[in-house]
Each structure stands twice: as structure tokens, then as C-alpha cells.
Design a binder for this molecule. Structure first.
Ligand SMILES: N[C@@H](CCC(=O)N[C@@H](CS)C(=O)NCC(=O)O)C(=O)O
Length: 239
């Protein structure tokens, strides 16, 4: 039964989209867990012991054994909890490979440049990285179309229900809205350019699990402005 089989602890940080995706999967799989908020400027000994290689959150500790890297954690939770027939990743090996492909695409082609944009030292540099994110959304639109038969099988990457890729992408939803407010880039929100992603964004945001767990957008807006100012060498606004 979900949640059975040992104590579960998640080391996280409220602003991290990688942590958000883990919180989403734990809730979707019905796993009870304790949450420990990390100060990333002064990491705990527990975090450094559990993730000595990357020293990053999220880390999931199950029965004393750490699992690191968010996509690895999602797959671990999917396999270790819940009933075997009720997984986020599809049962069919080819469909599973397709889901893993698009999850990796999202992290590499969208998440990585988005992070560079967040930490850019100038407005020009930030805009150039965001342009890469917006362009990569065209590829993700293709992925959503592939996973849903052009939208005929449902609006999520998992079809009618949320699957692995939805959780991976779902971690950034508050950043999508915060980015639109801070710098005007409408990632996923362009109905003409990425209609399936625009519908995905609306439907995902309406899910109970998303309403409950996604970060407050106002708080993310302040956080994004704080990081922009810090990296531009200006005195950051009070956070
Ligand atoms: N590839 C990692 C990325 C995790 C990551 O970048 N976490 C950030 C927070 S969003 C972190 O802990 N950074 C450590 C630091 O700031 O020193 C994953 O998927 O878990």
C-alpha cells in the first residue's frame, strides 16, 4: 500500500521546481513523508552526506537510504510506492522510452536555458537565454502532440491523466506565470504557437494537486526579481 514500507523524508527548497515535481509525485502516489526545508546558502550535514556529489535538492530518503536527482526520484517513487498497475510511466517499454525522452528534452532544452536566464548578468543575456526557452517550447509542443495523438487522447502527456512528463514539466508552472509577469515572455501561453501546451497549462493548473502544491506566484515573482537583481550586481530588493 502507498506510504508503507519505511519512513520517507524529502530535503527540499520551496523555490525549487525540481523539488516541486517530487512533491507532486509523492502526493499523486499517496505517499506520506516529512519535509525538511534546506537553506541552500548553508546546507545541512544531512544534505551533504546524502548528496555529496551534487550537493543539491531534492533528496528523498526512504528507510535511511537517499535517492538523488529529481527525475531519478520520480521514477523511484513510481516504482516503490502504489500498486504496480498504477504507475506514472506507461507500461509499454516504447511509450516509457518516449516519456523519458521528453522529460530529458524538457530539462536539457528548456530548464537549463531558463536557469541561465534567471542567473544572467544583463538584460540582453537574459533575453537571449529566454529566446532559447521559447523556441524549445515548439519542440515540447511536438512531444505533447506525439504523446496525445494530436490532443485526441487527452490533454496531458499521460493522456487523460497526469503522467511522468506532466510531473516533470509541472514543477515549473509557477515560474511560467512569474516569468510572464516579470519579463513578459509567454512560455506555453501562446495559443497560436503552442496550442496544446497552452491547454496543458490551463488544465494542469486546475488540478487539485497543483493548486495545493505549486508555489505561490507572487512569492516566485519576488524571488525571481531578487535573483535578477543579485546577478546584475544591483542591490537586490528586500526578499
Ligand atoms: N539535476 C538536479 C537539479 C537540482 C537543482 O539544481 N537543485 C538546486 C535548487 S533548484 C540546488 O539544490 N542547488 C544547489 C545550490 O544552489 O548550491 C535535479 O534534477 O534534481
Amino acid at each position: 500500500m502507498a506510504g508503507d514500507g519505511g519512513e520517507v523524508t524529502l530535503l527540499g527548497h520551496w523555490g525549487s521546481p525540481f523539488v516541486t515535481r517530487v512533491r507532486l509525485v509523492l502526493r499523486l502516489k499517496g505517499v506520506s513523508y516529512s519535509y525538511v526545508e534546506e537553506d541552500l546558502r548553508s546546507k545541512s550535514d544531512l544534505l551533504l552526506r546524502c548528496n555529496p556529489v551534487h550537493r543539491s535538492v531534492p533528496v528523498l530518503i526512504h528507510d535511511g537510504r537517499p535517492v538523488c536527482e529529481s527525475r531519478v526520484i520520480l521514477q523511484y517513487v513510481d516504482e516503490a510506492f502504489g500498486s504496480p498497475g498504477d504507475t506514472l510511466l506507461p507500461a509499454d517499454p516504447h511509450e516509457r522510452a518516449v516519456a523519458r525522452f521528453w522529460a530529458a528534452y524538457f530539462d536539457e532544452e528548456m530548464g537549463a536555458p531558463w536557469d541561465r536566464a534567471l542567473r544572467a548578468g544583463s538584460e540582453e543575456e537574459r533575453a537571449a537565454w529566454m529566446q532559447k526557452v521559447v523556441e524549445a517550447a515548439d519542440g515540447l509542443e511536438r512531444g505533447l502532440s506525439e504523446c496525445t495523438g494530436g490532443g485526441r487522447k487527452g490533454c496531458f502527456f499521460g493522456g487523460e491523466r497526469v503522467g511522468y512528463v506532466d510531473v516533470v514539466v509541472g514543477g515549473v508552472v509557477s515560474y511560467v506565470h512569474a516569468t510572464a509577469r516579470v519579463s513578459g515572455e509567454r512560455v506555453f501561453q501562446d495559443e497560436a504557437r503552442t496550442p496544446l501546451l497552452a491547454a496543458w497549462l490551463r488544465r494542469f493548473g486546475e488540478l487539485g494537486v497543483a493548486r495545493e502544491l505549486l508555489q505561490d506566484v507572487d512569492r516566485v515573482v519576488d524571488y525571481v526579481r531578487f535573483i535578477h537583481a543579485k546577478n546584475a550586481g544591483k542591490a537586490p530588493p528586500a526578499n
